[in-house]
Design a binder for this molecule. Structure first.
Ligand SMILES: NC(=O)c1ccc[n+]([C@@H]2O[C@H](COP(=O)([O-])OP(=O)(O)OC[C@H]3O[C@@H](n4cnc5c(N)ncnc54)[C@H](O)[C@@H]3O)[C@@H](O)[C@H]2O)c1
Ligand SMILES: [Zn+2]
Length: 359
């Protein structure tokens, strides 16, 4: 078992990585009166695979609420249904919510926890690599509106995060590498040594060797925790994690979610690196090393279909990180060297986009 602490004073918490049994029992028995009422909010597909296992470590009277897998469940409609179910079961302040699933379960269940009775504690059990390395650290919760992603939400730190690496084994390969793209992103912006570690451990990573996956998750959580500790509410530093995301989000949106988020972030890094290389900020060798690593993980090297450059530019502009019309990018000038650039032009984007267009 490895533990990473997120140091946020009285909102701090531990991320336990390893078999989840003991950690879960300990967390559920934390209240003064002994056991607490436990409500599990679970992705239905994950529940089918792993709920029985989880329930053996939870009180017998735990209430289990499920939702259909997929991004569409991150909606006010599903939140409303979950509220009704909590009301019907008379769930009180002393209860704890356990979210089981990927980033959708964490964001949706975390938002319910943040708002039910003005906030109850919650424990995240992330079951995708993306959620384990990224979404479950930092307390961002929320849902989508028809007008856009993550428009409604709250910062609500979990009481604990418990990552059972056994759960990661049942992920489809595409879901798995989608998480790996975020891991590469985090290494590129924050830790050159961790980037090299990905290269040296690439085979073991792809084979999902439990020890290597635990280390990968722990190192990511440590990096993200350090950022969250300095910038809990995303006032500044946390923006370095947007590397690969301005183009990535645009591609994700234009392809109508045909590719997974991490796959789009991988493509976003390729395009954004080209912008940096063309500006003379980033060496070709580093850009190639990043591309080679992404390809070793069999992340997409190109778009499944051509996208018009003007559509990509327009989509970058509607990204909510755009302030006052200028397209701000978080580029890198080397491994571990993020660099904010405020004035990227449409022509630069169009030129860089060619590297990922289908030939
Ligand atoms: N809060 C944050 O800081 C943050 C950060 C990044 C992403 N996110 C959010 O996370 C979401 C994406 O998360 P995701 O990629 O985990 O998606 P997801 O939760 O939809 O999970 C992806 C798919 O994998 C399946 N799955 C999950 N765990 C599994 C397992 N162990 N075995 C087999 N199948 C499993 C799910 O049923 C689903 O179909 C987005 O909504 C995004 O906005 C939030
Ligand atoms: Zn991301």
């Amino acid at each position: 078992m490895m533990t990473v602490r997120v140091g946020l004073g009285n909102r701090g918490y531990a991320i336990d990585i390893g078999p989840c049994s003991r950690a879960l029992l300990r967390e559920c028995n934390k209240s003064a009166s002994g056991t607490r009422q436990v409500v599990v909010i679970a992705d239905r597909a994950v529940a089918r695979l792993h709920l029985a296992d989880l329930l053996t470590y939870l009180p017998q009277d735990s209430l289990v609420l499920t939702f259909a897998p997929g991004e569409r469940s991150k909606s006010l409609r599903v939140v409303g249904r979950l509220f009704d179910q909590l009301a019907e079961a008379r769930i009180e302040r002393g209860a704890v919510i356990v979210t089981l699933g990927g980033g959708v379960a964490g964001d949706l269940g975390g938002f319910v926890a943040a708002t039910w009775l003005r906030g109850v504690p919650f424990i995240q059990v992330p079951t995708t690599l993306l959620a384990a390395v990224d979404a479950s650290v930092g307390g961002k919760t929320g849902v989508n509106l028809p007008a856009g992603k993550n428009l409604v939400g709250a910062f609500h730190q979990p009481e604990a995060v418990i990552v059972d690496t056994n759960f990661i084994k049942t992920l489809k390969y595409r879901e798995f590498v989608s998480g790996l793209a975020e891991s590469v992103k985090q290494a590129v912006v924050r830790d050159a040594g961790f980037f090299d570690w990905h290269r040296s451990q690439a085979d073991a990573i792809v084979e999902r060797e439990p020890k290597v996956i635990s280390e990968l998750i722990a190192r990511n959580c440590t990096l993200k925790a350090a950022i969250v500790e300095q910038d809990e509410r995303e006032a500044g530093l946390r923006a370095v994690l947007n590397y690969g995301h301005t183009i990535g989000h645009a591609i994700e949106h234009l392809l109508e979610y045909e590719l997974r988020h991490g796959e789009c972030v991988g493509l976003g890094m390729l395009v954004e690196n080209e912008i940096a290389v063309a500006r003379g900020m980033l060496g070709r060798g580093t850009a190639d090393a990043i591309r080679d690593l992404l390809q070793r993980f069999r992340l997409p090297a190109g778009l499944p279909r051509a996208l018009a450059a003007e559509d990509v530019c327009a989509a970058c502009r509607v990204d909510k990180k755009v302030r006052a019309g200028a397209i701000g990018f978080m580029l890198v000038s080397g491994l571990g060297a993020p660099c904010r650039v405020a004035d990227v032009t449409n022509a630069e984007i169009a030129a860089a986009l060619r590297v990922v267009q289908p030939r």
